[in-house]
Design a protein around this ligand. Sequence first.
Ligand SMILES: Nc1ncnc2c1ncn2[C@@H]1O[C@H](COP(=O)(O)OP(=O)(O)O)[C@@H](O)[C@H]1O
Ligand SMILES: [Mg+2]
Length: 341
Amino acid sequence: MLGVSGQFMRKLHAENTIPEPKDVRGGRRHYTAQEIWDARQVLEKSSRKKGRYLPGRSGDEKLQVWQLMNFKGGSSKSTTSVHLAHYFALRGYRVLAVDLDPQGSLTSMCGISPEIEFDGLTVYDAIRYDDPVSMAEVVVPTYFPGLSIAPARLLLSEFETESAVHSNPDQPFFTRIRNALAEVENDFDIVLMDSPPQLGFLTIAGMAAASSLVVPLTPSMLDVSSTAQFLELAGAYMGVIEEAGAKLQYDNFKFLITRDEPTDVPSQQLTSFMRALFQDRVMSATALKSTAISDATMLKQSIYEVVRSEMTRGTYDRAKGSMDAVGREVEVMIHQAWGRK
Ligand SMILES: Nc1ncnc2c1ncn2[C@@H]1O[C@H](COP(=O)(O)OP(=O)(O)O)[C@@H](O)[C@H]1O
Ligand SMILES: [Mg+2]
């Protein structure tokens, strides 16, 4: 994870550069995510190569705002959001997950149960029309080192109704998420926005704040045809808000094939069809359909949280390998957007 050898780690411990982890069993050191995160801060300070341990943005590199969107439910938006969030946080980036879905799946994956104990501030409070609060008050750290969340709960759907009746020409609906993010932008490298399964005001306000869009798509004919409709509709709406003064410009617009089944012939045919049609707009990496992923998400965990030895190893390795590949491909695009080699 740190990109260093075991020997180098032993040397760091011997010199007391980084503290011993709490959990040492039979001479083996077991690190928590927090201990790795803390080690990054120490190592970065003494590293000759800047950004080696903390690869986040510097100088004039812009905040990366990635929105996962598709108006189809079950296309793996929330699952992809949380996996990307964990992937980047584990690599030392400062990540903000923004839950734009009033159902709050991403919020609950981040350890807050929106329907039970949670009555704290949500994204709604930062983007509402009457007396909004600062986004800085909404954003809370999660239990996952490096990852914060702007949570959602059902109340967020008020934004849909309010936006329909409100017309404040100074601050139209599509500026509200962008302005909210601007208030916390210095604290983060990467923002990942999950979207509700509809093309409403929340999704479109998200699109007006995003620097890149990813449309997760499952390879079944129904999804492909409904996605065509979705794109047509999205295009029409974007045209309308551009006329109203929004500037929409994306570093990347990509499809991501999710719940990919390499052994299922019809779904592979659709995947090839998608690639032939959309070419490099379809990401090379796919998120494999895997019981390791569905079992983990059932426990509100990502594949990065489950214990490998508690799963069938091959299944775990394939699932994690595919999620890593998706994360790595997005990471490369982010570095390109930052103008790095
Ligand atoms: N790669 C995958 N393998 C297996 N199941 C998956 C995978 N991705 C998502 N799922 C399952 O599909 C369901 C819908 O995913 P979700 O991320 O909630 O979709 P969305 O947010 O687009 O509605 C969830 O129950 C999730 O566990
Ligand atoms: Mg969802």
